[in-house]
Design a protein around this ligand. Structure first.
Ligand SMILES: Cc1ncc(COP(=O)(O)O)c(C=O)c1O
Length: 490
């Protein structure tokens, strides 16, 4: 057992700073001296003193063998991994690394349709061919959950040559699949399981939460420490276990995708967040669960607003859930989740994590307190009072369109000769672009897929509901880039 109270990277930086070296290296602001004063005053001088670069005493994320290696080794033990790699390119960078570490051009990879855009990017970069699995849809909440072991088994029977399975666990909404069974099925085919654990750094540290990727036996997991684990935005880890994926390969690919000017402030925040999670994570998460459950109970005393609880569990895709996520269903109030988000901003200065047609999502963490929960409860009470005249029992229409047919590998489509045509006339053409509703970034189609009228209508419906539809080069959605078609007589 290692001493998890140690922070070799953070402490190493402090030791270095205390020596007051005269710096003739970048960054040129030289401990903040050359920084614009209002910015320097706001952040404080320590931030600039720690804004260092990979000089020899401070190790190098690209070839770690000093304080970064020690910090990564401690993290590996804390996360139950054989190797942990720090990422300063968020979980997006870690996801691209894991996909590109296992997929060569032309390799098939099983992925849920509701993947983050970094998975689509990784598929384009690697030249892999996605085999999409429909996530299970929740008819009460109108959201998609994860994929089921059964769907993975069927997909592997149909595609026995697949090289990997990627799972999102837990989902943005905190719903976890039966990951252990998915891992078992994939390992029977001797292929690795890659986990997008962007929303699950904390689950490893509390027994009442779903199993983490490493606990479930997955081979590799990209985990956002910055989202729910207390490190700074952009800092994530990539955890690796077992023999199916080479750690040298992962290090090489991660390095290919990473800036050579890695931020030591981000790296130190990973080191200290790991210490906090390992030492006091359980009690801090306990407190967050209690606060969230208190909020859930009070919200469910309202007449038209409902907050999801344990009853969501019951299917293979909703096998477990994370109670620190408050999925607050607004649909019976007669407004959209997006309307509620804007109302809370304008009337209570509250910012939620995300909204969709039917829900808002609020995350509760050890950073919350009785006061923040009270404020949310008062605001939701007033929201209900204000909107009560509009209220009506509304049936959820789960409107995720069928997965379009893939006509070309996404990379081939991305690099193909293309033309721009009016968006509303694009049905039947092969898209060269991705388009998604964000958050949470579910692709409606990706490069290589055949556009259908259903896709186009789905997009306009989301636009009308005020949801951000992103991805097309033409942000007005008037035109789209498609694969050029040559006809015999023009
Ligand atoms: C499911 C999922 N995966 C991956 C990511 C990417 O994480 P990051 O923002 O750390 O790059 C996100 C970000 O929101 C996400 O929701």
């Amino acid at each position: 057992m290692k001493d998890q109270t140690r922070t070799p990277l953070f402490s190493g930086l402090l030791d270095h700073i205390r020596k007051h070296p005269t710096q003739f290296h970048i960054p040129g602001h030289k401990q903040g001296k050359a920084v614009e004063p209002s910015f320097r005053d706001f952040l404080g001088e320590n931030a600039f003193k720690m804004d260092l670069i990979n000089i020899e005493p401070l190790d190098d994320l690209h070839h770690p063998n000093g304080i970064i290696k020690e910090a990564q080794d401690l993290a590996a033990e804390a996360f139950g991994a054989d190797y942990t790699f720090f990422s300063v390119q968020g979980t997006s960078g870690a996801i691209m690394t894991m996909v590109m570490s296992v997929c060569n051009p032309g390799d098939k990879i099983l992925v849920p349709r509701n993947v983050h855009k970094s998975v689509t990017s990784a598929i384009i970069f690697s030249g892999a061919v996605p085999v999409f699995i429909h996530p299970e849809l929740d008819p009460v909440l109108g959201i998609s959950h994860g994929i089921t072991p059964r769907a993975v088994r069927h997909a592997l029977e149909a595609h026995p040559d697949a090289k990997a399975v990627l799972v999102i666990n837990p989902t943005y909404f905190g719903i976890a699949a039966d990951l252990e069974s998915i891992v078992e099925i994939a390992h029977l085919h001797d292929i690795p399981v890659l986990v997008d654990e962007a929303h699950g750094v904390h689950i490893h540290f509390h027994n009442d939460l779903p199993l983490s990727a490493m606990q479930a036996g997955a081979d590799i997991a990209a985990t956002s420490v910055h989202k729910l684990g207390g490190s700074l935005t952009q800092s994530s880890v990539l955890n690796l276990k077992g023999e199916r994926i080479s750690h040298e390969r992962v290090q090489t690919v991660l390095s290919m995708l990473t800036t050579t000017s890695t931020s030591y402030i981000l790296l130190a925040s990973l080191d200290t967040a790991r210490k906090q999670l390992a030492i006091s994570g359980k009690s801090r998460i306990d407190q967050a669960i209690k606060l969230a459950n208190k909020a859930r109970k009070a919200i469910n005393e309202l007449q038209f607003i409902y907050c999801t609880g344990e009853e969501v569990i019951g299917s293979e895709a909703a096998y477990h859930f994370d109670p620190t996520k408050l999925i607050i269903s607004i649909k019976d109030l007669g407004i959209t989740g997006y309307d509620a988000e804007v109302w809370l901003r304008n009337n209570f200065n509250i910012e939620v994590e995300l909204s969709d047609l039917y829900n808002i999502l609020c995350i509760i963490t050890p950073g919350d307190s009785t006061e923040t929960i009270e404020k949310l409860l008062i605001a939701l009470g007033q929201l209900e009072e204000t909107m009560r005249p509009l209220s009506s029992k509304k049936d959820v229409q789960v409107t995720i369109p069928e997965i379009p047919r893939l006509a070309l590998a996404p990379r081939d489509a991305f690099y193909a000769e293309t033309e721009v045509i009016p968006f509303n006339t694009a049905a039947g053409r092969i898209s060269a672009e991705s388009i998604m509703v964000y958050p949470p970034g579910i692709p409606i189609f990706i490069p290589g897929e055949i556009i259908t009228n259903e896709n186009i209508e789905y997009i306009w419906k989301n636009v009308e509901a005020g949801l951000p539809v992103q991805g097309l080069q033409d942000e007005t959605l008037q035109t789209i880039r498609v694969i050029k078609e040559y006809r015999a007589f023009n």
